[in-house]
Design a protein around this ligand. Structure first.
Ligand code: PBG
Ligand code: ZN
Length: 320
């Protein structure tokens, strides 16, 4: 009791830090665009972020490595789209080629995660096959399985299905194992909410839907208990890492998943809209970018995430 106990005593020594964000926790997203021959193009909706050519993506990974970041998540933007997203399982597709080049140059010194979804590859921009204006679940699973095997074959270390189809983890695990890729891991976007915060990403990845919305597959942001069911299912289907997305408005979900499933590796996705909000606020001069980045990443970690996918990975690595 006060006055014997004074918590300010230690505080002024700055000795105790319960939560620390380390460089190894950070995952850098990379947009790789097959339509770009050399160099990079800025993404208007995400100031400071770029789409890269395959060639440039190798340089980006080397830079990340030199900053102490060991993991990247790649998003492919193909030069050809169709109704069924067949370019996603083309063994010479943009992701497959980029992964081969990166692994050729850098070897096993980098962990490559590949986002696994149809929306960048379909003309309608939905995350699954579409018939009569509906996004189909089970037929989509077969396509996801094919993409996973093609990615694993190219050298992807972790596939990350992001389409919120029921049974996607099981379908992918089975297909990988049947093809001998028992060491390829799965990071599932387990609790992915239908969020307005993905707006900037859809420009970045050219993955905007042409009709309807994603509410028949992505979760309603009003629901927390449902997220526990999604995570539990994915763990049972064989996910090696589960994810909550977005991160900042969803710290309660991260915290609940961590409390309920205390032994599962948990990632959080600090999404495009969160990046752009912070970036524009910092650019206005009213808020300080470096302080915001560290506070935001520390909060995500404090809530219970082991890994953080963030467009601030390079800036953060320099600050840590
Ligand atoms: C594709 C996908 C999206 C994001 C990651 N994978 C967009 C979406 O679901 O519309 C969002 C990432 C971000 O906003 O940074 N399924
Ligand atoms: Zn998608």
């Amino acid at each position: 009791m006060f006055p014997e106990l004074r918590l300010r005593r230690l505080r002024s020594l700055k000795l105790i830090k319960e939560t620390r964000v380390s460089k190894e926790d950070l995952i850098l997203p990379l947009f790789i665009d097959e339509n770009i021959a050399h160099g990079s193009k800025p993404i208007e909706s995400m100031p400071g972020q770029y789409r890269h050519s395959i060639e440039q993506s190798v340089q980006e990974v080397m830079e990340a490595r030199s900053l102490g970041i060991k993991t990247v998540i790649i998003f492919g933007i193909p030069s050809r789209k169709d109704e069924v997203g067949s370019e996603a399982y083309n063994d010479d597709g943009v992701v497959q080629r980029a992964v081969r080049e990166i692994k050729n140059e850098i070897g096993d010194d980098v962990v490559i995660i590949a986002d696994l979804c149809l929306c960048e590859y379909t003309t309608h921009g939905h995350c699954g096959l579409v018939r009569d204006g509906k996004v189909l679940n089970d037929p989509t699973l077969e396509v996801l399985a094919k993409i996973a095997v093609s990615y694993a074959n190219a050298g992807v270390d972790i596939v990350a299905p992001s389409g919120m189809m029921d049974g996607m983890v099981r379908a992918i695990r089975t297909a990988l194992d049947d093809s001998g890729f028992t060491d390829t891991a799965i990071m599932s976007y387990s609790a992915k909410y239908n969020s307005a915060l993905y707006g900037p990403f859809r420009e970045a990845a050219d993955s905007a839907y042409k009709f309807g919305d994603r509410s028949s597959y992505q979760m309603d942001f009003a629901n927390a208990r449902e997220a526990m069911r999604e995570v539990e299912l994915d763990i049972n289907e064989g996910a090696d890492i589960v994810m909550v997305k977005p991160a900042l408005f969803y710290l309660d979900i991260i915290s609940r998943v961590r409390a309920r499933f205390d032994d599962v590796p948990l990632a959080a996705y600090n999404v495009s809209g969160e990046y752009t909000m912070i970036k524009l606020a910092a650019n206005s001069g009213y808020l300080k970018q470096n302080e915001l980045i560290i506070e935001c990443l520390t909060a995500i970690k404090r809530a219970g995430a082991d890994l953080i996918i963030t467009y601030f990975a390079k800036e953060a690595a320099k600050l840590i």
